[in-house]
Write a protein that binds this ligand. Sequence first.
Ligand code: RB5
Length: 149
Amino acid sequence: MKLAIGSDHGGFALKSEILKHIQGQGYDVKDFGCYSTDSVDYPDVGSAVAEAVAKGEYDRGIIICGTGIGISIAANKVPGIRAALCGDCFSAKASREHNNANILAMGERVIGVELAKMIADIWLTTEFSGGRHSRRVDKIGDIECRYSK
Ligand code: RB5
């Protein structure tokens, strides 16, 4: 699985830990920045990861900011992206099974490193359940179509 990862300065430390963790498991990961704790704007990184995933260049993405909120809102503006902000293992699993989330968002100032690693592991290894959930996910795409020019 090809993965894209990115964070703003508020998520840089957690992103570095998650990157090391998933590379250690053999995932092929591209880091879209940022590359230090110097201040950057989360919409820039969130949209870069989201666009790369939406184009099919990467299978899935992981994005991190201070809360996970701003960067997930930004990523979800890109058509085809279903970014799920997760702070617990149950939501991480459900976001894959029910929502076919293609981006995982987390907040460095909200959860600890060990929980974040567990969330990433579950999210990366859980498959979409399909069935009735496909109809609902398709309806999210229909909403995008209604607003596309
Ligand atoms: C940056 O200070 C912070 O606002 C950002 O990381 C994030 O929490 C935004 O939602």
